[in-house]
Write a protein that binds this ligand. Structure first.
Ligand SMILES: [Zn+2]
Ligand SMILES: [Zn+2]
Length: 261
């Protein structure tokens, strides 16, 4: 079985056929999914999807893109994490590539999410783009104040960021980008991430892996990315599926593992 650790199933792209999408994922062995919150104002939608399906979990948080338009207090965020289906905090982090929100607002929001991660023990789902130095600095500083579980989702930077994150105890999740022709540097990163720290995701509806690139992405396609990385690392596909599934349930320990898997 595989887990799609990060997808956005509340997005309008899935309104017409979500049941079919979930069935297709199951048929492809993607038995568990985490649908990710990007805005507090959409949390109830995200939560409704997770509540409807027993194999779907969710997160709560504000994407760095929306950190300028929305804010949340530690107390409010903590209250959302008490819902049984909420297993992670985010996605949060820094995106200086698009910079849809001012950098100081992104950092402030990131710090709020970290504080709640530390207090609740739920893992942080971190999005970081073109912000390596600030990401390393903030996580290193915050870890000194008290450890918190975390992963870098849809990793898209280089070996330097990966090594710094691994050193700080973080997990790293790869999306379909790793299958793209020009992603040579990312493949080098995938080779050095130890098997016990690696997760896979789609980030659907975005970033469909080869050979579906350009189409709407969906959880079933986790399989292509997983098969690709398994081959890259010289691990049998089944073994890689087992390892990444174990990693998911180790990190997101609030999620219940389906029986017999
Ligand atoms: Zn993201
Ligand atoms: Zn995302």
């Amino acid at each position: 079985m595989l887990v799609d650790s990060h997808c956005h199933l509340n997005f309008p792209d899935f309104v017409p056929d979500l049941d079919v999408v979930i069935d297709r994922a199951r048929e492809q062995g993607v038995g568990v999914m985490q649908t990710i919150c990007t805005k507090i104002s959409e949390f109830e939608q995200v939560h409704a999807v997770a509540s409807k399906y027993d194999n779907i979990w969710c997160s709560v948080g504000i994407h760095p893109h929306s950190a300028g338009e929305e804010s949340v207090t530690e107390a409010e965020l903590t209250a959302f994490t008490q819902r049984p289906k909420v297993i992670g905090i985010g996605e949060t982090g820094l995106d200086y590539y698009y910079e849809h929100s001012p950098r100081d607002a992104q950092q402030k929001s990131f710090l709020t999410h970290i504080a709640v991660g530390r207090a609740t023990g739920l893992p942080l789902i971190i999005h970081t783009r073109d912000a390596d130095d600030d990401t390393i600095r903030i996580i290193a500083d915050e870890m000194k104040k008290g450890k918190f579980p975390a992963l870098i989702h849809c990793f898209s930077s280089g070996v330097k960021l990966a090594e710094a994150m691994l050193e700080l105890g973080l997990y790293i999740s790869f999306s379909g980008i790793v299958t793209f022709k020009k992603a040579e540097e990312l493949r080098e990163v995938a080779k050095i991430v130890p098997l016990d720290r690696i997760l896979v995701e789609t980030d659907a509806p975005y970033l469909a892996p080869m050979p579906m690139r350009g189409q709407r992405n969906e959880p079933a396609y986790t399989r292509h990315t997983a098969a690709f990385i398994a081959e890259l690392k010289g691990v049998p596909e089944k073994e890689f599926a087992r390892i990444t599934t174990d990693n998911f349930f180790t990190l997101f320990s609030k999620a219940t593992r389906p029986k017999g898997i």
